[in-house]
Design a binder for this molecule. Structure first.
Ligand code: PGA
Length: 253
């Protein structure tokens, strides 16, 4: 069975003192009572080491929000995957729509990053999703299938090498407008089918597909009830301990 995973994408928020405070509050909220979901925190690069230290012993995972495919070299401003591994990261978010839209990341870049992250033993959380215009044109499934093919198509993945997919409709990110469970489930089911066709049934069954886009305590339960939604990637609502903790508690498979 696929264990529910709830990841916090802090984006470009949280200085180190703020991060320490948020993690302390989260520990108070979550460690006293058992919860089913696996928790992963993705702070900005500058707070990774601090957060890694604060979450020791909690069983929570540490993720970066990006990385570059070269191991080292003259790439001013970039951070490599081996550097992230050395900091204690086990996962990395790749291809987030903000990276694609604001920083011009192409599908080709995302593919190179996915490969390099896997080679370093990091679990990539690969983000896909359509913009509103594409949804209105009825092209959602085609667009997402195209992004999957570009990022993963034809890769020879070692058996058991884990990655996650996050379906994040761009029109739902930070807008307060969530996809309905039926809209999300339709895309998640297509993604799982695609994994089965392109890799194996076993990989399709074991790969976790997260939903992201205005996830809140009052919509997580209906989303997680869908058969192909295995967790959430949470942006805005992950910046407050109480709301993120509620989402984690409600994230039950
Ligand atoms: P949001 O962001 O929850 O604020 O919509 C989600 C994301 O960007 O991963």
């Amino acid at each position: 069975m696929r264990k529910v995973l709830v990841a916090a994408n802090w984006k470009m928020y949280m200085t180190r003192p703020q991060a320490v405070e948020l993690v302390r509050q989260l520990k108070e909220e979550l460690l006293a009572s058992p919860h089913e979901a696996q928790v992963v925190l993705a702070p900005p690069f500058t707070a990774l080491e601090t957060v890694g230290r604060e979450i020791q012993g909690t069983g929570w995972g540490l993720a970066a929000q990006n990385g570059f495919w070269e191991r080292e070299g003259a790439f001013t401003g970039e951070v490599s995957f081996p550097m992230l591994v050395e900091l204690g990261c086990s996962m990395v978010i790749l291809g987030h729509s903000e990276r694609r839209q604001i920083f011009g990341e192409t599908d080709e870049w995302i593919r190179r990053k996915v490969l390099a992250a896997l080679q370093c033993g990091l679990t990539p959380m690969i983000c896909v999703g359509e913009i509103l215009e594409q949804r209105d044109q009825g092209r959602t499934l085609e667009v997402v299938r195209g992004q999957l093919t570009q990022a993963l198509g034809g890769l020879e993945l070692e058996h058991g090498r884990e990655f996650l997919i996050a379906y994040e409709p761009v029109w739902a990110i930070g807008t307060g407008r969530t996809a309905t469970p039926a809209q999300a489930q339709e895309v998640h089911a297509m993604i799982r089918g695609w994994l089965g066709e392109n890799f194996s049934r076993a990989m399709a069954d074991s790969t976790r597909i997260l939903y992201g886009g205005s996830v809140k305590p009052d919509n997580i339960a209906d989303l997680i009830d869908c058969p192909d939604i295995d967790g959430a990637l949470v942006g805005g609502a992950s910046l407050k301990a109480e709301t993120f903790a509620s989402i984690v508690r409600l994230g039950r498979g």
